[in-house]
Write a protein that binds this ligand. Structure first.
Ligand code: SF4
Ligand code: SF4
Length: 243
């Protein structure tokens, strides 16, 4: 059982059995996220083992946890339960079935995780690796803060960064130092930044160049499905603006 699942089971013992029972009712591992118009695989914020003081305070999920406080614990348990059962092969099977009958919304791009941390524990590295290997025709976009821990950073660099369909990006924010950002820059990580809206100012703070995210800078609807910045094969640094 993952640490996030242990945490949720401790906090919401009465919800666990019923949530687990319904975890796969009328659905699989993937969810359609209308906001970004993409397939996503999410985890609870309880999986965020590498979050920063800045990201906790400014997390885009805070609003959902307030607004939907009555359903979030059950939804979190379901998400984490599914996560723990997910393998590359099981996900490939679901994608194959979905794409066979899909007229629209084909599974070609998947976002890990629109909430939560994909590399919450070291064991998640093997899970993501098997997903990349078993689904070579699908692009997986994987922002993560796990680069902040050496043990994670080293294994991701040696085991995952070379996979062409795993678009792993280091999430950075104003609480990170220029030295940290320069270090991952030298190690060839793509990066995704949020927290200083002025691009030139952010470039000066970290000593790197950014490409502007069209969705947050220009308000283009549904552009994650069409945009190639976060899905580029080459290394890239993306700047997100508050929107
Ligand atoms: S890691 Fe992401 S999901 Fe988790 S608290 Fe930080 S911003 Fe929110
Ligand atoms: S840069 Fe493109 S893919 Fe990345 S978040 Fe913005 S719109 Fe989406």
């Amino acid at each position: 059982m993952s640490k996030a699942m242990q945490n949720l089971s401790r906090r919401f013992p009465k919800l666990v059995d019923s949530a687990i029972k319904a975890a796969f009712t009328n659905r699989g591992f993937l969810s359609w996220n209308q906001g970004i118009e993409m397939w996503t695989i999410d985890r609870p914020v309880a999986s965020c083992t590498h979050c920063t003081s800045f990201c906790r305070r400014n997390c885009y999920t805070n609003k959902a946890y307030v607004q939907y406080h009555h359903i979030m614990p059950t939804s979190d348990i379901k998400n984490e339960y599914r996560w723990n059962l997910m393998t590359g092969e099981a996900l490939a099977d679901e994608i194959h079935r979905k794409n066979k009958r899909a007229r629209s919304r084909k599974v070609e791009r998947v976002r890990f995780c629109s909430k939560g941390e994909p590399f919450s524990e070291l064991s998640d590295i093997g899970r993501i690796k098997s997903i990349g290997m078993e689904n070579p025709e699908v692009l997986f976009w994987i922002p993560t803060r796990s680069w902040r821990r050496e043990a994670f950073r080293e294994r991701i660099e040696t085991e995952l960064l070379q996979y062409p369909n795993l678009r792993i990006m280091a999430s950075i924010d104003p609480s990170n130092s220029i030295d940290e950002v320069q270090m991952i820059d030298k190690a060839s990580w793509s990066k995704m930044f949020f927290g200083i809206d002025n691009v030139e100012e952010a470039e000066k703070v970290f000593g790197i160049k950014f490409a502007k995210c069209p969705k947050t800078h220009e308000g283009l609807h549904g552009s994650c499905q069409m945009c190639n910045l976060c899905f580029a094969a080459e290394r890239i640094n993306v700047h997100l603006k508050k929107h």
